[in-house]
Design a protein around this ligand. Structure first.
Ligand SMILES: [Zn+2]
Length: 59
């Protein structure tokens, strides 16, 4: 029982669920699963992890 069969996927940065609520791409999750089984921010409703700081909805 030394092998960890259950791999813990990398958790994506917290998506904005308010933006994802009406998104049909991610069904409100804010993240999508790639073909490799990784979770990524939904490109449809999420601004993106890198350029997210550039756009601030309300400050
Ligand atoms: Zn989405």
């Amino acid at each position: 029982m030394a092998h960890g069969a259950h791999r813990t996927p990398l958790l994506p940065p917290r998506p904005d669920l308010a933006l994802a609520r009406d998104c049909e791409q991610c069904l409100g999750w804010g993240t999508v699963v790639t073909r490799d089984g990784h979770h990524e921010l939904c490109h449809t409703c999420q601004p993106g992890p890198a350029e997210g700081a550039a756009r601030t909805p309300c400050s």
